[in-house]
Design a protein around this ligand. Structure first.
Ligand code: SAT
Ligand code: MN
Length: 599
């Protein structure tokens, strides 16, 4: 228990409202973790996988309505609507609290209410922050234990007067006397799920979903949306970025972060196996980076998480051998297929499809079924410490000094393989225009248009996007220009006239990163162009690749007409920020247009 009166008061209030059968304070022990699993095994909600093939691993199947982050049901309830900005769903906080208080009333009856103190970042790190999640889900308990640091040690760090972010979560399925869960508990009607943020109060209320970022409130809700607001107010950065360590053949190490929208291979990049001899990649984080200035004026990053919540389908020994090895033990699988010998299988695993399995919906499946065995957003939850290439300093409370920031999206044309920003504001400009082409999977009439996703934060913004970009610009004023990380705009997804990818990607992305590192140390040549500094076609090491210099030239040219069209689309996007568009970015856009017109 705790002497923190704010916390005990809040727990009492929530218990009085939600009316659970009992309250359990998470200690974070292994024994408690096993107890939670046993509860779910007994209730038929979990399957233990074969102990020889996948020791300590469990499979869960969620409800078909509850398989991903619910963006349409994610709300930023700032006091003023304009502070949520054009990219967020807003509801008046008073109204939203009234609605949700009714939903929470009695919502935990028949259940245990878990109080989960957690630290985002190594406990006690000056960059870390504490949250407390109250949840009625033992699935949340076990996932939070992997994804964050939970339990008694966090309460001790919190002390009597420490501050914490209030994270309230309920699956929204009270049980009547004697009633048992019949499958994954949640509110099946998506329109009745709420993932709500109250940025001024640093508070999160989630109701109706038990899945991923809707329910593991330390991740996107706290570490990006609420921490983003804290970072703005306190002068640091909470970003949707991987953190990796690169070591050159000479033994010199560099730390870089990278922002990429969903489905761009962020987890794969974070632990890639370089295809160029002598270079080494180690992982610090695969999803979120918190960066604060150190005393030397450089930005230092920590990974606030302690585990990886990665997409299962497509993960194979080819795409990400380290993730395959990492998830062989002590991992939770959600919505993968279950083979007859109690193992998991998924599309894109690189392993032959079994003749029969139980699919993610719990139905018999054969290769002829015509439906995927695993849900496209099936996920593993796995301890970061198990990553075969985790950097030894991944839990250093001081963080690691960042030399470069990669940004990028999925673009078939226009955006070159790599483009170095010429200064900080130019880099922020590039971050503001990043995005991916809308594909048919997005179900809109905008197929082919670019959805701008500044710094890959579109779904994770806790405030006005224009203010966020201004915050990035302001960060650049806080230190000497040469201490700031350099920003590189990369694009692994260029296609040729036949629609084939022009760059091999995966481990070969190390070749581009090598050029970046060589730029940082002053060894690589670049050409200053209208859009930024581009490598000369022979500057990127393509030895052993089935790529010609002519291909490289195509990957590294400035397509003037395409860029002029891009400018029109950026202007349109910038209009949506109204008077909160930073003047610096409007100026960057004008300067770019002028440089292109001079070409
Ligand atoms: O479900 S999460 O939000 O944790 C992961 C994701 O959708 O990016
Ligand atoms: Mn993410």
């Amino acid at each position: 228990m705790t002497k923190n009166l704010e916390l005990t008061k809040w727990v009492d209030e929530v218990a009085a409202l939600c009316k659970p059968d009992s309250v359990h304070w998470a200690t974070g022990t292994e024994e408690e973790y096993q107890d939670m699993l046993n509860i779910m095994l007994d209730a038929g909600l979990a399957t233990k996988l074969d102990e020889k093939k996948k020791p300590g691993c469990y499979l869960f199947r969620s409800h078909p309505s509850d398989v991903a982050r619910a963006e349409m049901r994610t709300f930023i309830a700032s006091r003023k609507e304009e502070d949520a900005g054009p990219t967020n769903n807003w509801i008046d906080p008073v109204e939203l609290k009234a609605t949700m208080t009714k939903l929470y009333d009695g919502c935990m009856s028949g259940r245990v209410m878990y109080v989960i103190p957690f630290s985002m970042g190594p406990i006690g790190s000056p960059i870390a922050k504490i949250g407390v999640e109250i949840s009625d889900s033992p699935y949340v308990m076990i996932n939070m234990r992997i994804m964050t640091r939970i339990g008694t040690a966090v309460l001790e760090a919190l002390g009597e007067n420490g501050e914490f972010v209030r994270c309230l979560h309920s699956v929204g399925k009270p049980l009547a006397a004697g009633e048992k869960d019949d499958g994954w508990p949640c509110v099946p009607n998506v329109a009745e799920k709420y993932i709500s943020h109250f940025p001024e109060e640093r508070m999160i209320w989630s109701f109706g979903s038990g899945y991923g970022g809707n329910a593991l409130l330390g991740k996107k809700c706290f570490a990006l949306r609420i921490a983003g607001v804290q970072a703005r107010d306190e002068g640091w950065l909470a970003e949707h970025m991987l953190i990796m360590k690169l070591t050159s053949p000479e033994g010199k190490s560099y730390y870089i972060t990278g922002a990429f929208p969903s489905a761009c291979g962020k987890t794969n990049l974070a632990m890639l196996e370089p295809t160029i001899p002598g270079w080494k990649v180690e992982t610090i984080g695969d999803d979120i980076a918190w960066m604060k200035f150190g005393e030397d004026g450089r930005l230092y990053a920590i990974n606030p998480e302690a585990g990886f919540f990665g997409v299962i389908p497509g993960t194979s020994m080819q795409s990400n051998p380290n993730a395959v090895k990492q998830t062989l033990s002590n991992s939770i699988y959600t919505n993968a297929g279950l083979t007859d010998d109690n193992d998991v299988w998924w599309e894109g695993s690189g392993l032959p499809a079994p003749d029969h399995l139980i699919d993610w919906k719990g139905n018999d499946w054969t290769p002829e079924s015509g439906e995927p065995a695993a849900h496209a957003n099936a996920r593993f939850t796995t301890p970061a410490a198990q990553c075969p290439v985790i950097a030894p300093e991944w839990e250093d409370p001081a963080g690691v000094p960042i030399s470069a920031i990669l940004i990028g999206g999925r673009r078939q044309a226009t955006i070159p393989l790599v483009n170095e920003s010429t200064d900080w504001n130019h880099g922020i400009f590039l971050g503001s225009i990043m995005g991916s082409e809308i594909t048919t999977a997005d179900i809109t009439d905008k197929v082919g248009q670019v959805r701008r996703d500044p710094f890959a934060m579109l779904p994770f913004m806790g405030y006005h996007m224009g203010d966020y970009l201004q915050h990035w610009i302001n960060i650049g004023k806080k230190t000497d220009a040469d201490k700031l990380p350099k920003i590189y705009f990369v694009n692994w997804f260029r296609k040729d006239e036949e629609g084939k990818f022009m760059w091999p990607g995966f481990g070969d992305n190390s070749r581009v990163i090598k050029w970046i590192i060589e730029r940082l140390s002053g060894d690589a040549k670049a050409e200053t162009t209208a859009i930024g500094n581009l490598p000369l076609p022979d500057a990127i090491d393509i030895s052993g690749l089935d790529i010609t210099l002519a291909d490289m030239e195509k990957l590294l040219t400035v397509d003037k007409e395409a860029w002029l069209a891009e400018i029109e689309s950026i202007r349109e996007n910038y209009l949506s920020y109204g008077n909160r568009l930073p003047a610096e970015l409007a100026a960057e856009l004008d300067k770019l247009q002028a440089r292109l017109n001079e070409m």
